[in-house]
Design a protein around this ligand. Structure first.
Ligand code: XLS
Ligand code: MG
Ligand code: MG
Length: 382
């Protein structure tokens, strides 16, 4: 085990390789088997949706047995449960949404199911509660009153914040945005949209985000920029790491499998900002893999993160790179008085100052060299 808090969902290493066109290619692993697999590969934590652990139609006694067995596996391995969440997307009842379904009975059922799932997560000490609204959306906007949908989603989160506090669970909620899949369009499709929405809640301090590499990438956005905004807002409560090609279906590749450079800048942002929360790999092995391949996948996610974290150290210690950065960010004593908060004097002095616009525009910035040096560092060529 490393100093990083690497976690995996039961649904990630437990993924059997079913896709819209094909049957499973791997056998189903029990939650207990998954915990042992994760311990074997050196993970720190395991997360679950309620029904990854307890089947939706389990009896009370079956549930009790499953919970006891899972607790024992955690005890035997030392793995922790940092995060829990609800499956509000699998069952047909949720085909038109959960908290935003047009059907008030479905909305009430979603609340009931989430409270039960929060109880389950709390039993294992989970402190982060993720909300991914996979079915909260539409294919045709003829079907939805969008403003009502947002209101219903807000009401549900407000209710559940109160529930968490009333139970003394101490959860922090992490909202996970995704632009589409499984719905044609999912509400609040980006991390930025979630950050705006959070401020409209009754207890915004309890609620942050769980951004996912694949989701922002599917939206054609720069994931690292989204994470930076979350960190800046004090809202990075959790993170889902994987990889994805833009413009494709939801691929959930091993972390770093596709975009090495972008993965590096993401790790750099997290490391430099001192993020010390869970690093959750929300991904799965290629469909070509057997059980050994699943272990290769899980080890690969963690090893890639560690390698990139090591590269971050080298980048930060590389004399040539740092000299270039120092040059790029060189202070300018002449304009120093203009920095800082507004004062009438500062504004007046700035208005009176003569800038040499031609000189400002003529200066080369050296980013070509910086980017090439970054590439060489990543490739092990320096
Ligand atoms: C799906 C989401 C899902 C959430 C948890 O694309 O990433 O796995 O993270 O419900
Ligand atoms: Mg995802
Ligand atoms: Mg996810």
């Amino acid at each position: 085990m490393t100093q990083h808090k690497f976690s995996f969902g039961l649904w990630t290493v437990g993924n059997v390789g079913r896709d819209p066109f094909g049957e499973p290619v791997r056998k189903t692993l029990s939650p207990v088997e998954i915990v042992h697999l994760l311990a074997e590969v050196g993970a720190w934590g395991v997360n679950f949706h309620d029904n990854d652990l307890v089947p939706i139609d389990a009896s009370a006694s079956q549930k009790a047995q499953i919970v006891a067995d899972f607790k024992q596996a955690l005890k035997d391995t030392g793995l922790v449960v940092p995060m829990a969440t609800t499956n509000l997307f699998g069952h047909a009842a949720f085909k038109d949404g959960a908290f935003t379904s047009n059907d008030p009975a479905v909305r009430a059922y979603a609340l009931q199911k989430t409270m039960a799932a929060m109880d389950l997560g709390a039993e294992f000490g989970a402190k982060t509660y993720v909300f991914w609204g996979g079915r909260e959306g539409s294919e045709t906007d003829a079907s939805k009153n969008l403003l009502e949908g947002l209101k219903w989603f807000r009401e549900a989160l407000n209710f559940l914040c109160e529930y968490s506090n009333a139970q003394g669970y101490g959860y922090r909620f992490a909202l996970e945005a995704k632009p589409n899949e499984p719905r044609g369009d999912i509400f609040l499709p980006t991390t930025g949209a979630m950050l705006g929405f959070i401020q409209t809640l009754d207890q915004p301090e309890m609620v942050g985000v769980n951004p996912e590499v694949a989701h922002e990438t599917m939206a054609g956005l720069n994931f690292t920029h989204a994470v930076a905004q979350a960190i800046d807002a004090g809202k990075l409560f959790h993170i889902d790491l994987n990889d994805q090609n833009s413009g494709r279906y939801d691929q959930d590749y091993r972390f770093g499998a596709q975009n090495y450079k972008q993965s590096f800048f993401l790790v750099k942002l997290l490391q430099d900002a001192g993020y010390d929360g869970p690093l959750h790999f929300d991904a799965h092995a290629y469909r070509s893999e057997d059980l050994e391949g699943v272990k290769d996948f899980a080890r690969g996610c963690m090893r890639t993160y560690e390698i990139l974290a090591e590269k971050v150290k080298r980048f930060n210690a590389d004399a040539e790179i740092q000299a270039l950065l120092a040059q790029i960010n060189a202070p300018n004593a002449e304009v120093e008085p203009f920095r800082g908060a507004y004062t009438p004097e500062r504004a007046a002095a700035l208005k009176a100052y003569q800038f040499d616009r031609q000189a400002l525009g003529a200066r080369g910035l050296g980013y070509e060299k910086l980017d090439q040096l970054t590439f060489e560092l990543l490739m092990g060529a320096r």
